[in-house]
Structure formats: C-alpha cells, structure tokens
Design a protein around this ligand. Structure first.
Ligand code: FES
Length: 326
C-alpha cells in the first residue's frame, strides 16, 4: 500500500514491433527526455490509453535500464478495447500517460533455484526475471507454454540466455501435442525441493499451478495473474454495508451491486485504480477495522487471512462497517 499513490509519467511510444503472432512490443521513453524509475523484475506499469481505458503491462526491460521501458501487448480475442486498441490504432510517436512501476511479483533473494512457468503473454514478467537471474549468476529453469510456436515471444533471446548462463528453457506448444496444455503438476513434481516457483499465464494454468503447489511453503510459491480466475468473482452481488474513510472522516454507503471503488467515485473521492478486476493491485487499501470479504485474484491466502488490506475494486465486507485508510 505504501506506493499506492503512484505518480504519473508522460511517455512517447518510440517504436512498435511485431515480435510474434498477435504480440506487439512497445518501447516507451519519457516525453521530457528524463530518466525512468528503476524497476525490479516482475514490475508492471499502468498505461492510460487515449480511448479512456487503463491497462497493466509487465516491464520486460532489465532493472538497470532507465532510458526506456519495453512492454509487450498480446491481442486478446475477448478484448474490451485495451489490447485491440493498441494493435489497431496505436502508432509510434503517440504520447501516453503511465504510472510509475509497482511490483506484485518480485524475485526471491538468495541462492535457491528458480523454476519459472509461463503461459502465452505471461512470459513478459518471466523474461524480465530471467534477465535478472542471468545477471546475478543464479540458477533457473523455464517452462514456456504457448498455443503454438509462432505465438511465442522472446524465444531466441531466452535460448541465448540459457546457453550463456547454464539455465534451461523447456518449450511446450499445445498444437504439437494435440491441443493438450502443459502438465503443470508434472513440472512442479520435478522441481528441486528448495526451489522458488513462479507462474504467470492464463487462469487455467494458474489454477493448476496453485493446486499443484498446495503442499509447498507459501513463501516459495509466486503467481502473477493477467486474467481473472475462472472461479466466479461476484463483484456485483455484494450486500449493503458502510465504509468509514478515516482520512476525511466520511462514512459512505456501498449499495448492493456496487463496489467500494464505485461508491468512492460516486461520492467524489479520488482513489487510484486501473484494472477494476482485482488483478493489478493499484486499488489496494489498508483496512483499519472490520472484516473484508476478499474476492480478488491478487492477495495471497495469508494476506487475505490477515485482513490488513483490501482490493476495493472487487471485494466486499463481512461486517456492516469497514474502516479504511482513505
Ligand atoms: S484496480 Fe486493479 S486490483 Fe483494483
């Protein structure tokens, strides 16, 4: 929550490249020519698109790069105007507003090996991690799954990184296995017992990963979602409750069918948000009293049980009153 009030930066799209079927890579530089904040592997930025939508994208540039940020955008067939707009309308030279980076998916410290599992465009934070692991001379293995080989971005640089560093890239193309997805449980069962496990990919892959890692220590299991879980997230079925905003002393109603974020906006209270799906963490808010009804895909089980923070774009309340640090 400490970096909840992320500042905004104006950037220019310097270059757009087609790097795989359905994937464009964007290079962003500060419009005023200044340096960008350093961003450790796993970080993402929110991008404000000129069509009014905001989307989160993982940075693929190494932490040491402060001259530009690279992101990759996959065209989502179910796009509600985010990725489709980038693919169809965004041109080099355009100005965009972005947030400063935030990191919900940091790499562990120490010598334990990293086992990385990426599905589709979930390779973006994982590629940043590989670069960091190589730079630090640490042990890693990547399992990279895509629907087909031509949809796989960064394949050559990943293989080059593996041969230069003693890492390992195991590729899995669904269409070469009769459409069968990567067996994530099998990957997990063969991971070294002291490994840290990382997964970023579509919801079915992440759900399989969480099932396969149930017996692992939670602090060695790391996920990043870019799609809401397949599990239902009934964000508009919340019962009425009240929220006290301690910074202003106001108490507002959250009517049935609304989220706390929507209630704040209706009441003219400015709070940061981006995805509105419980994925990016931008709206994470400290809970001072009351018990949240967590419905996000972001907080760990431990964080949910601690009830210290709430993702206000989708979670509700189990108590008639929630007191929030807003
Ligand atoms: S706005 Fe993205 S998690 Fe709430």
């Amino acid at each position: 929550v400490s970096d909840k009030l992320q500042s905004r930066l104006s950037v220019r799209v310097e270059q757009i490249l087609n790097i795989a079927v359905g994937i464009k890579q964007l290079r962003l530089r500060r419009a005023d020519g200044g340096q960008l904040p350093a961003a450790p592997a796993g970080s993402h930025i929110d991008v404000q698109l000129p069509n009014g939508l905001r989307r989160s994208y993982s940075l693929i540039t190494p932490e040491t790069c402060q001259t530009h940020y690279d992101i990759a955008v996959a065209r989502d067939p179910a796009s509600r105007g985010g990725s489709a707009w980038v693919h169809d309308y965004l041109m080099a030279g355009a100005l965009l507003e972005i947030s400063t980076p935030r990191n919900n998916f940091p790499l562990h410290n120490g010598p334990a090996p990293a086992v990385l599992i990426a599905g589709g465009i979930g390779i973006t934070p994982i590629w940043a991690m590989v670069q960091s692991l190589v730079a630090q001379g640490r042990s890693w293995r990547l399992h990279y799954a895509c629907r087909s080989r031509e949809r796989a971005a960064f394949l050559e640089v990943l293989h080059a990184a593996a041969s230069a560093s003693g890492g390992d890239v195991q590729a899995w193309w669904d269409d070469e296995h009769g459409g069968r997805p990567l067996d994530v449980a099998d990957v997990v069962s063969h991971a070294p017992s002291d490994a840290h496990l990382y997964c970023c990919g579509p919801a079915p892959m992440l759900d399989a990963f969480l099932r396969a890692t149930e017996a692992w220590p939670r602090d060695r299991v790391h996920i990043e979602r870019f799609q809401a879980s397949d599990a239902p997230m009934p964000s508009n079925g919340l019962s009425t409750f009240k929220v006290e905003l301690v910074r202003t002393g106001r108490v507002i109603d959250v009517p049935e069918g609304s989220t706390i974020l929507e209630a704040c906006m209706i009441n003219g209270i400015d709070v940061p948000y981006s995805c509105c799906e419980g994925l990016c963490g931008t709206c994470e808010t400290r809970v001072l009293a009351g018990i949240p009804d967590h419905r996000d895909s972001l907080l760990t089980e431990r964080a949910k049980q601690a009830n210290d923070t709430i993702i206000i774009c989708c979670s509700g309340s189990k108590t008639p009153l929630l007191v929030l640090d807003l």
